[in-house]
Design a protein around this ligand. Structure first.
Ligand SMILES: NC(=O)c1ccc[n+]([C@@H]2O[C@H](COP(=O)([O-])OP(=O)(O)OC[C@H]3O[C@@H](n4cnc5c(N)ncnc54)[C@H](O)[C@@H]3O)[C@@H](O)[C@H]2O)c1
Ligand SMILES: [Zn+2]
Length: 382
């Protein structure tokens, strides 16, 4: 089975991402947690816990852990202070101590909130991630960013906190909703596009060999499961490489391997989510539109060529169908950039492509605003 090592410094921040079955989670936890760990709290939501909670709990109990479960509400709106506070209260009631552990079992919402709770409870307790969505497996569980949302914006309060280990069981994707798969694959295409022609082609080949609409049925095919695991391991390795090189996303770096490049497609994606009040698109679907818009801009202001643009369009199409963006006003989208702008010190940084695998970061002042407008318009009207 695949393993990906995250070689951060200091060495105490290093950990492994292990691809194995959920029934192994007890033995895996034992291996990755401090010897003194006795209690574990699984943080999940009802939907995911009903599907996989008992398997994980039994496996942990079998190796001697005392196991508690705390379930938060399902959805982005529960990634908030109230739920965080209830989670911390639960740790206190169960008398968790510094050597005990928190285990996130779920998608990015659960992972971000559980990670943040683990990072601040008693100034940090051990933390394990068992991501259960495609997005969480290839993106949010790797890299140590944790957060909750506030009324002022998403992910405004959080910490960098590396887990002690991540377990990925690809079989858990069997139950994931079709739209969540599409959203996750859009992030995979994003990572392929900025990483290398190799990762891009591996992602494209996987999607053309195994259409997303037959995803569930394909689990009876062992080659599919092996290819899926290999693809996710390659995706995770790429994200790990970027994170190791720029763990805390240095504000002043603008080179092609800075952590910022992971935001390829996200300027437009965040704006699309904002103008639709975060209710219409799944984040990854908005990223699908966003990477096409950024690629279109790249064709005019960078060296990105027509053939590569076509391949990118074709691969995004393979991830599945998207909610229509035909009625979205492009001027509203551009206005919504204001938020990302503030985050970057009042100047927007665009992640563009010179070619597949060669991202570049450009200040918005260096891109004519009509190019931005026309490119977004073209993508939304497709
Ligand atoms: N920390 C990071 O670096 C980072 C990176 C990217 C995204 N994020 C965060 O991740 C969050 C999005 O994560 P997400 O896309 O996983 O969404 P999510 O956690 O809301 O999960 C999506 C849906 O799938 C359900 N689900 C989860 N696993 C399932 C399974 N195996 N079978 C059936 N249903 C399942 C969930 O209950 C939920 O309804 C956002 O809050 C975003 O800010 C964080
Ligand atoms: Zn994203």
């Amino acid at each position: 089975m695949e393993k990906v090592q995250i070689k951060l410094s200091p060495a105490s921040h290093q950990y492994e991402i292990e691809f194995c079955n959920l029934t192994m989670s007890g033995a895996w936890a034992k291996q990755n947690l401090p010897e003194a760990a006795r209690k574990t709290v699984i943080i999940s939501n009802r939907k995911v816990f009903n599907l996989y909670g008992e398997t994980v709990k039994n496996s942990l109990e079998k190796v001697g852990f005392e196991v508690f479960a705390f379930l938060i509400g399902d959805g982005e709106k529960y990634k908030n202070f109230r739920e965080l506070q209830k989670t911390l209260q639960f740790f206190s009631e169960k008398k968790l101590i510094r050597t005990d552990a928190v285990i996130a079992l779920g998608g990015g919402v659960v992972g971000d909130l559980a990670g943040f709770a683990a990072s601040i409870y008693q100034r940090g307790v051990a933390f394990l991630q068992i991501p259960s969505t495609l997005l969480a497996m290839i993106d949010s569980s790797v890299g140590g960013k944790t957060a909750v949302n506030t009324a002022f914006g998403k992910n405004l309060i959080g910490s960098f906190y590396q887990p002690n280990g991540v377990l990925i069981d690809v079989e858990a994707l069997r139950t994931l909703h079709r739209r969540e798969l599409t959203a996750g694959f859009c992030e995979a295409v994003k990572q392929g596009a900025i990483a290398s022609p190799q990762l891009f082609n591996q992602t494209a080949d996987f999607l053309s060999n195994y259409p997303v609409k037959y995803f569930r049925k394909n689990f009876s095919n062992t080659t599919f499961v092996t290819d899926l695991r290999r693809l996710l391991a390659a995706q995770v390795s790429f994200k790990a490489e970027i994170v190791v090189g720029d763990a805390q996303e240095s504000a002043d770096r603008i080179d092609s391997r800075s952590r910022k490049i992971l935001n390829f497609g996200h300027t437009v994606a965040h704006a699309l989510e904002k103008v639709t009040a975060y209710k219409y698109f799944k984040h990854g679907e908005a990223v699908g539109y966003g990477i096409l818009a950024a690629a279109e801009i790249s064709k005019t202001v960078a060296k990105f060529n027509q053939n590569e643009l076509k391949s990118l369009n074709d691969v995004v199409k393979l991830t599945g169908s998207f909610p229509s963006a035909a009625n979205i006003d492009v001027n509203e989208v551009i206005k919504a950039f204001a938020y990302d702008k503030k985050q970057a010190g009042n100047s927007l940084q665009w992640i563009l492509l010179d070619s597949i695998g060669k991202p570049l970061i450009l200040q918005s002042e260096n891109i004519p605003s009509r190019v931005v407008k026309n490119s977004i318009e073209k993508i939304l009207r497709k």
